[in-house]
Design a binder for this molecule. Structure first.
Ligand code: NCD
Length: 357
């Protein structure tokens, strides 16, 4: 069953096709008004969400389909039900599932157990591929290309799942240069630097000053400091206002710099920046809904084709378990600790992708 767990599950050609469909939906909404008639999307959100959940639901309604919705607090998972069982059960009611869960690897567990396509709407601090779909369409429309861009990513690069997925996606294009702007405590995880950026022959620099980086950027991707992922509230309080983009700071940026943010924003972009023509974060929201429409259409069509791939294959390592305390393998009932060897020779947990020492 074809699912979207990681942005690399989609080829560059497929991404282009999804973007073309999203633009066609915008230009000819009437052609899509009953494209998903009789189909049901289940949205399972075990973490707070405004735009991701509502944009999935709006997307399905605009395709003429229906929505079944459930939030973490009201579900049987509060009684101890596993993700695997939840996915098997919902497969009897719906045609496709969008799931958000605080544990890393949770969407993959759902995909291994469901009989219908799964869309990862955010698994802890790991991935958020559908936000990347919104980001990519916005970049294509604002910059007209993905190649040879200097991309600044600013804020919480450690826990920011939108950043991890966007870097994965952009690393497949030629001439991308990343400027990673964060306090040292919130730097990008090592595996993203070595196995994604460097493996693709791209370069990056790590800096702590937004002002120093601004003049060279084609894109600036601001992010929220992810309070809910911190072990210590004190560290969060110390780091929360590390970066605040203001109109004064923006005078340092290029005339054609494109400012993105997955939202919600807390303090990291002052409201006065919203009127600047370089601010594109509300356009991202609009693009996100149409990309989700295109994705739902694609996955529902592919669900009708015979199955090819096997998700989450890996091997057991005698007595070894994933070391990431936020990994789904520590809480999901009887989920085996499975590992895979990456191209760089590193052994990683199949579910959350952290290295096993
Ligand atoms: C992001 C997320 O949930 O990771 N929000 C979103 O889906 N647009 C970013 C965030 O919460 O900071």
């Amino acid at each position: 069953m074809r699912s979207l767990i990681d942005i690399l599950d989609l080829s560059i050609t497929e991404l282009d096709e999804l973007m073309n469909t999203a633009i066609d939906i915008e230009q000819h909404p009437e052609r899509y008004r009953s494209a998903c008639a009789g189909k049901k999307l289940a949205t399972l959100f075990f973490e707070p969400s405004t735009r991701t959940r509502l944009s999935f639901e709006a997307a399905m309604y605009e395709l003429g389909g229906n929505v079944l919705t459930m939030s973490g607090e009201s579900s049987s998972t509060t009684k101890g039900e596993s993700i695997a069982d939840t996915a098997k059960v919902i497969s009897c009611y719906a045609d496709i599932i969008a799931i958000r869960h605080p544990k890393e690897g949770s969407a993959l567990v759902a995909a291994k157990n469901a009989r219908i396509p799964i869309i990862n709407a955010g698994d802890g601090g790991h991935c958020h591929p559908t936000q990347t779909l919104a980001d990519l369409l916005t970049i294509r429309r604002e910059k007209g290309r993905f190649e040879f861009l200097t991309v600044g990513l600013c804020g919480d690069l450690k826990y920011g799942r939108t950043v991890h997925s966007l870097i994965e996606a952009l690393s497949r294009y030629e001439g991308i240069r990343f400027v990673l702007i964060s306090p040292k405590e919130l730097r990008l995880p090592e595996y993203v630097k070595t196995e994604i950026i460097e493996k693709n022959g791209l370069s990056f620099s790590e800096v702590s000053s937004l002002e120093d980086a601004l003049p060279e950027l084609d894109l600036l991707y601001m992010t929220r400091i992810q309070r809910e992922r911190f072990d210590s509230l004190e560290t969060y309080e110390r780091l929360k206002d590390s970066y605040i983009l203001t109109p004064e700071k923006l005078t340092l940026a290029r005339e054609d710099c494109c400012i993105l943010h997955p939202l919600p924003r807390v303090n990291e972009i002052s409201v006065a920046v919203d009127d600047d023509p370089r601010a594109c974060y509300f356009k991202q929201v609009e693009n996100g809904k149409r990309m989700r429409m295109a994705l739902i259409l694609k996955l529902l069509r592919e669900a009708e084709k015979p199955e090819k791939e096997k998700l989450g294959e890996g091997f057991l390592l005698e007595g070894r378990h994933c070391l990431n305390p936020r990994c789904i393998s520590h809480t999901e009932q009887e989920l085996p600790s499975l590992f895979k060897k990456t191209a760089g020779g590193v052994c990683r947990c199949v579910w959350c992708e952290s290295a096993v020492g």
